[in-house]
Unconditional design. Structure first.
Lengths: 113, 114
């Protein structure tokens, strides 16, 4: 069925390195994508978003890339810090399905000092 | 600005009891979404409400679950006759207006059914 999924369930990086978290989606009607960070015992925290008419968007230390041809989304975190350790979810909003978000399974990022 | 508030943060119920989960959206936000998260899974959409209206309840189980967002007061997610499979974290998110895509999440209510 239609879904948003992540390629890797866990990712371990060294402090200071760059991290790349990937996400695949299957519905071409999706017009908006968000990355959330969830720390243990907390609610998802908005990181960055991108609309389908864009292919790249940058924030502070984070960049989201969207490749609509292969239905792929990635989150790049520059100079990863221990505070970045969390589970990262991509979510999509589909054009004809109102405001609800469809979440992927999540990738756990672990930063080694 | 206070964020999305949810209470209680932890709720323990015995099988067959009722659970009531409350959500107060961010100030100025009139759209509320409820999501459920099972352990080590992503969030699953349940229901989308505006003040006094249910807009989309396609993710709600057909029985025992209901939601409301009255003109005054918080949004309520009610689960009647809880079963162990209802144990999960329930998150509320709010957004400011129709057409606004950003959703801001509360800290969640962790429901445990014993």
């Amino acid at each position: 069925g239609e879904s948003v999924g992540l390629h890797l369930p866990t990712l371990s990086v060294q402090e200071g390195d760059n991290s790349i978290i990937n996400c695949a989606y299957s519905n071409s009607a999706s017009d908006y994508f968000i990355w959330y960070k969830q720390e243990s015992g907390k609610g998802p925290q908005f990181i960055i978003d991108i609309r389908s008419n864009m292919d790249k968007r940058q924030g502070q230390r984070v960049t989201v890339l969207l490749n609509k041809t292969v239905k792929h989304l990635s989150l790049q975190i520059a100079a990863t810090q221990p505070g970045d350790s969390a589970v990262y979810f991509c979510a999509e909003k589909r054009h004809n399905q109102g405001g609800k978000l469809i979440f992927g399974q999540g990738t756990e990022l672990s930063v080694k000092p | 600005n206070a964020g999305v508030m949810q209470n209680p943060r932890h709720l323990v119920r015995r099988r067959g009891q009722e659970a009531r989960l409350r959500c107060s959206p961010m100030k100025g936000h009139s759209h509320v979404y409820w999501y459920r998260q099972l352990p080590e899974e992503g969030l699953k959409f349940m229901v989308y409400l505006q003040k006094e209206n249910i807009i989309d309840e396609s993710g709600m189980p057909k029985e025992r679950f209901s939601a409301e967002f009255p003109k005054e007061g918080p949004s309520i997610l009610r689960i009647q006759q809880v079963v162990r499979g209802d144990s999960a974290a329930y998150f509320c998110a709010s957004s400011p207006k129709t057409g606004s895509y950003e959703q801001y999440f509360g800290p969640g209510t962790r429901l445990t059914v014993t």
